[in-house]
Design a protein around this ligand. Structure first.
Ligand code: FAD
Length: 433
């Protein structure tokens, strides 16, 4: 980090004149940038790739306002040893990376304690409430309201036993006030006839929405930013330039210096080195996931569905059937293990009879994971005009627009309407910066 002793005084006048640099053009950064622009801020969105070409390219496209169960719940953690026995199962740790991952895994274990789950779940619920509606003003600016549909989603159970072991999750969801319907085999068949008749139970969440094309959605939001007077810059951010008061005066990129009045770090799984430059050291790791997009599947479900046991979900998109999921813990640079994508075909064949493997593409992406499943949406404790918005893990599309609303409120100095303490970057006790 370069300290500019001579630094000019920060120009923060009317919001219209305040220039915010947003780093990262994934769904989170693009939503933040467009929300800020909507309120009159001058915005420059900076990414080394095109919009949506990071993790936001290949997710399962689901926007669930009903995410209240942390990935680290005791019920899930108990199943981990069994899952790890299968190298192609829903969870895999690449053992070579274990020494580096151990501190993260210990934090995951700590976060999965029963005493922590209640507060984590409350923090997730407060974020996710209104997640679908939060996209409306952004989609309107992009003329893309038809890209989000309220389809609901189905969670499938292949045995009564599997359903029974998920009861705690349903109870937690009920306590948080979520809407869902428990279905028997006949009711499921009526709701989604394309599914195999092998599920004694299912749960339908009617409030879940989906994007018809998550990648195109990020692109049209980014286009809207430019149309509405924002700027986009294709460059890699390397560092920050501070003024004499310790405020960020400019973002340093491989394409030059970008002066700004405030900065938002929204670089997904790659945010840690940038946060470090600003004196924070969040325990951010990547939880890698895979997808298949089947261009011509022959059969298309009406409603997205998923299986927790198999760790994947299926979403009908405008350009094919997206089969996405599984978690693989390894470094950002580790090569993909394409067997993990290919095995998704075996899973989907079991759940969706008649599905064809035609015009299929494979992808691997990096979920930005934090040990407690709660993203960082936070001002910097050290630099008055720096903000963080990353670590959305499995829920970046769900929470993109909500994150945009909250960051915009923080930058504008307004009350965000919810207690922001659970999302602060300094909630993690980390040694060394
Ligand atoms: C298989 C799978 C299925 C998923 N399904 C869902 C789902 O159904 N619903 C859901 O809500 N979420 C889902 N997710 C999670 C979701 O995709 C992520 O949470 C989300 O994409 C994260 O968005 P982001 O904007 O934070 O990061 P990204 O989309 O990764 O964007 C970060 C951007 O920052 C840029 N960047 C990084 N460093 C720099 C730098 N130094 N300079 C310039 N640019 C930089 C990158 O180029 C990138 O474009 C899924 C993920 C996977 C892997």
């Amino acid at each position: 980090m370069r300290l500019r002793q001579s630094g000019a005084a920060m120009k923060v006048g009317a919001e219209q004149r305040m220039h915010v640099a947003v780093i990262g053009a994934g769904i989170v950064g693009v939503s933040v940038a467009l929300s800020l622009r909507r309120e009159g801020f001058a915005v420059t969105l900076i990414d080394r790739q095109g919009p949506g070409e990071g993790t936001s390219f290949g997710n399962a496209a689901m926007i669930s306002p009903d995410i209240v169960v942390p990935m680290t719940s005791p019920g899930i953690v108990r199943q981990v040893p069994g899952m790890l026995l299968d190298p192609l199962g829903p969870l895999r740790i690449r053992w070579r990376h274990l020494p580096r991952l151990t501190p993260y895994l210990l934090r995951v274990l700590a976060a999965s304690r029963k005493s922590r789950i209640e507060s984590t779940s409350a923090a997730m619920a407060a974020l996710a409430r209104g997640a679908v509606e939060a996209y409306s003003p952004l989609a309107r600016m992009a003329d893309a309201e038809d890209m989000i549909r309220r389809t609901g989603r189905i969670n499938l159970f292949e045995s009564e036993e599997e359903f029974r072991t998920s009861r705690w999750k349903l109870e937690l969801e009920r306590r948080r006030g979520l809407h869902f319907e428990v279905l028997d085999a006949a009711e499921l068949r009526q709701l989604e006839p394309s599914l195999a008749p092998i599920f004694p139970r299912a749960v339908f969440y009617p409030d879940t929405a989906q994007s018809v094309n998550n990648f195109r959605f990020v692109q049209v939001l980014a286009d809207a930013l430019q149309r509405h007077g924002g700027r986009s810059l294709r460059a890699e951010v390397l560092d920050f330039d501070l003024d004499a008061n310790g405020n960020v005066a400019a973002v340093e990129t491989d394409d030059g210096r970008e002066p700004c009045d405030a900065v938002v770090v929204a670089a997904g799984a790659w945010s840690r080195p940038l946060a470090r430059r600003l004196g924070a050291n969040p325990p951010l790791e990547t939880e890698r996931g895979y997808h298949l997009t089947i261009g011509d599947p022959g059969v298309m479900p009406r409603i997205p569905f998923g299986s927790n046991r198999r760790g994947f979900s299926c979403t009908p998109l405008e350009h094919g059937l997206r089969v996405a999921g599984t978690v693989e813990l390894a470094d950002l640079e580790a090569a993909p293990d394409w067997r993990r994508a290919d095995v998704l075909m075996t899973h989907v064949r079991r759940l969706l009879p008649g599905v064809q493997d035609r015009e299929t593409t494979r992808w691997m992406g990096h979920r930005p994971g934090l040990p407690d499943s709660v993203p960082v949406i936070s001002p910097s404790p050290l630099h008055r005009n720096a903000y963080f918005a990353f670590g959305h893990g499995h829920f970046g599309l769900c929470l993109g627009a909500r994150t945009g609303q909250l960051v915009t409120a923080l930058v504008a100095g307004r009350d965000p309407g919810i207690d922001m303490t659970p999302y602060r970057i300094d909630r993690f006790r980390t040694r060394g910066r």
